[in-house]
Design a protein around this ligand. Structure first.
Ligand code: NAI
Length: 330
């Protein structure tokens, strides 16, 4: 196992800084390259004093090529976060171009890298990355991920708050996308008939809280941004899980991810034919090459089917918007 180079694009930001701190502690990473707009050299100098083996370097936008060259994994939390009253889709105008330019840099400098997208709206920014990589003939659906882990992290916390007998580390399956109604928690999957212990009002409230949990943070921060620390935790969990599989060869690592369904045609063909969706968040098992298997959508309750029915048209619009941003500009 040789440790690898990981690049954080947007490393000076609210997510980028704590995410870099968490990744600096991994022995799977030999070099953490921090890309900022002007530079991230201050953050890099600070982190480089931590006595772990991982080397840290800082780079500005005009040094994007040197930052990305040789990257095994590129994590993208670059862009603008939400303010109160904004939806994630409202960020499209601001973040689409940023993500496109970073994807262009990846296609040019590290076309085989794993690309982990945090920048919102994830439902649209992942299609943007995929379209750019496609336009350069370097797209591999097994290597591009939208990080929806925060929805799972929140769901686990909120379920445990409702029923303290459920440990907060209990995994909740959350599928769909990463915004509002497209976030579909499958609470019927939880053990011991958890879902049957809830009244309809409690189920509605818990589902709504998981779908709109991000708004709680946006509101509490009073205009100073959205989730950063919990997102850094979720982003680190996802990145390190992927590195465990791709670098250390660990098997059985599963995380929820918003992916292009062609990453596992065998397991997703029927779902794709039924829904017409190319992208969807599902549990994904990692392997040496990224996606090793996309776990099929489990049997859902009637309540969850109604949530899926609401999510699918919204997701289609979000995906088309992201894809059109690239196809209309070439
Ligand atoms: P922030 O504004 O604190 O940090 C973003 C950083 O990106 C800034 O330092 C900015 O200068 C930098 N940046 C902008 N363009 C860049 C470029 N071309 N190259 C390198 N750096 C660039 O924002 P924060 O709070 O860190 O959020 C970042 C993104 O993550 C937002 O789009 C936010 O909506 C999203 N987010 C996603 C979540 C998810 O679950 N996937 C959860 C929370 C936030």
């Amino acid at each position: 196992m040789s440790p690898v180079k990981v690049v954080i694009c947007g490393a000076a930001g609210g997510i980028g800084q704590p995410l870099s701190l968490l990744l600096k502690q991994s022995d799977l990473i030999a070099h953490l390259a921090l890309l900022g707009v002007v530079t991230a050299s201050g953050i890099a100098a600070d982190l480089s004093h931590i006595n772990t083996k991982c080397k840290v370097t800082g780079h500005g936008k005009d040094q994007i090529d040197e930052a990305l060259q040789g990257a095994h994994t590129v994590v993208i939390p670059a862009g603008v976060p939400r303010k109160p009253g904004m939806t994630r889709d409202d960020l499209f105008k601001l973040n689409a171009g940023i993500v496109r330019d970073l994807a262009e840099g990846i296609a040019k400098n590290c076309p085989k890298a794993f690309v982990l997208v945090i920048s919102n709206p994830v439902n649209s920014t992942v299609p943007i990355v995929c379209q750019v990589l496609k336009s350069h003939g370097v797209f591999n659906p097994s290597k591009v991920f939208g990080i929806s882990t925060l929805d799972v992290v929140r769901a686990s916390s909120f379920v445990s708050e409702v029923n303290p007998a459920i440990d907060p580390s209990t995994r909740v399956t959350v599928v769909g996308g990463h915004s509002g109604v497209t976030i579909v928690p499958l609470l019927s999957q939880l053990p011991n008939n958890f879902v049957d212990s809830l009244s309809r009002d409690q189920l509605d409230a818990l589902t709504h809280r998981i779908q709109y949990g991000g708004d709680e943070v946006v509101k509490a921060k009073k205009g100073a941004g959205s989730a950063t620390l919990s997102m850094a935790y979720a982003g680190a969990r996802f990145t390190l899980g992927l590195l465990q599989a791709t670098v250390a060869g660990k098997t059985g690592v599963v995380e929820s991810a918003y992916v292009h369904l062609d990453a596992d045609k065998e397991n997703t063909a029927a779902f794709k034919a039924k829904t017409g969706l190319d992208y969807f968040a599902l549990d994904v098992e990692f392997g040496r090459e990224g996606v090793s298997r996309i776990l099929k959508l489990p049997k859902v309750s009637r309540y969850e089917q109604a949530l899926l029915d609401a999510a699918i048209p919204e997701l289609k619009t979000n995906i088309a918007k992201g894809a059109a941003f690239i196809t209309d500009s070439v």
